[in-house]
Design a protein around this ligand. Structure first.
Ligand code: ZN
Length: 348
């Protein structure tokens, strides 16, 4: 096969940043995807509809490709209340994002930890009642006693809390973002709850824990540091299997998260990989490698839209089989897989 034509895809998890960085990266996303779910973990977290509307206009001003639709989300912070949720619905916000405090850029100051989420049940019920999505970065950083949980265990230890949440707020639509473990894939497959989905990124099928950390858990390759961190080969195989399965519970959330390379290599290391220039190609190559190209469009262009109750995109995108070498960097931001040869390109 030398050509693939699929419905225009949706990227249900993307970090476009702000200011000069945004202008350098946005075109990679707006060119490929019709819509993208925008993360609001900016320096000043996007946690009100007013901030989201300002951010949306910055995105649209710089998108470069007419027709690109940013699907805005609000961060759940200490400022969030039920009225915020009602106002968000009126402004067309698609969901609320929970990033545990101290996980990633922008979540430090006013974020909540996983246990504090259970003090916000009224807000979560409002999110459910407004038919908005609850997007979860599902990693537990400290246990109830305050002990730090090792990076590699954080995702799987959070599953029991999500299970509790499902009981507390039945009917809440939940997307578990960027799952990386066999345990989470099995949980999503096994739970008899129709309102839970998971996104899978473009980079997690391509990495394992030992590429980033040494045997003592110390980061040895900060350029590949992302959260959740890469896991074992067994976990990698499990998320690939989920990705290509054609199961509507799993859809595309590329999670491109750019940083300047000088920020990536100096401590404290910043999590996140810049995958936007290669994301759809990397995903396509996984489906091809495992003889599952027939399921590609469902993963990239259907299941995410259906989970969010959005109409399917009408346009098409064409990929052609043609080798190219990924540039090492773009305007000071190192590109994931830079220097490697990929064998698909986007033609139109
Ligand atoms: Zn992210």
């Amino acid at each position: 096969m030398n050509k693939i034509i699929i419905r225009k895809p949706d990227n249900m998890h993307v970090h476009l940043r702000e200011g000069p960085m945004l202008t350098k990266v946005i075109m990679f996303t707006s060119y490929v995807y019709s819509r993208a779910v925008i993360m609001g973990n900016l320096k000043n977290p996007v946690d009100t509809p007013e901030k989201a509307m300002l951010y949306k206009s910055e995105i649209l001003r710089n998108a470069g490709h007419p027709g690109f639709i940013p699907l805005m989300t609000l961060m759940i912070t200490k400022n969030t209340n039920r009225q915020t949720v009602k106002d968000a619905k009126k402004e067309g916000i698609v969901g609320f994002k929970f990033i545990p405090a101290n996980t990633s850029t922008g979540s430090e100051d006013i974020g909540l930890n996983f246990f504090e989420l259970f003090d916000c049940i009224d807000i979560l019920k409002e999110i459910r009642d407004q038919n908005l999505m609850f997007l979860v970065h599902s990693e537990l950083i400290r246990d109830r006693q305050g002990n730090i949980i090792p990076l590699i265990k954080r995702e799987e230890t959070s599953i029991k809390l999500i299970d509790l949440l499902v009981d507390k707020v039945p009917g809440l639509k939940i997307t578990i973002e960027h799952i990386t473990t066999r345990k989470y894939a099995n949980y999503i497959l096994g739970i008899k709850y129709p309102f839970i989905w998971a996104t899978i990124t473009a980079h997690h099928p391509y990495g394992t824990y030992d590429m980033v950390c040494d045997k003592d858990g110390i980061i040895k390759n900060p350029e590949l540091y992302c959260l959740p961190i890469f896991k074992s080969e067994d976990d990698q195989q499990a998320i690939i299997k989920a990705m290509i399965s054609g199961n509507l519970k799993f859809f595309c959330g590329e999670d491109t998260a750019p940083h300047y390379f000088w920020d990536k290599i100096k401590p404290p290391y910043r999590p996140g990989l810049f995958t936007a220039p290669v994301g759809l190609i990397l995903i396509t190559q996984i489906f091809e490698k495992y003889n599952a190209l027939g399921n590609l469009e469902n993963f990239t262009s259907r299941f995410g839209a259906e989970a969010h109750d959005l109409p399917l995109n009408q346009g098409k995108i064409t990929l052609i089989k043609k080798k190219w070498t990924v540039p090492l960097s773009h305007e000071g931001i190192n590109i994931f897989k830079g220097g490697e040869t990929l064998h698909w390109q986007i033609a139109s």
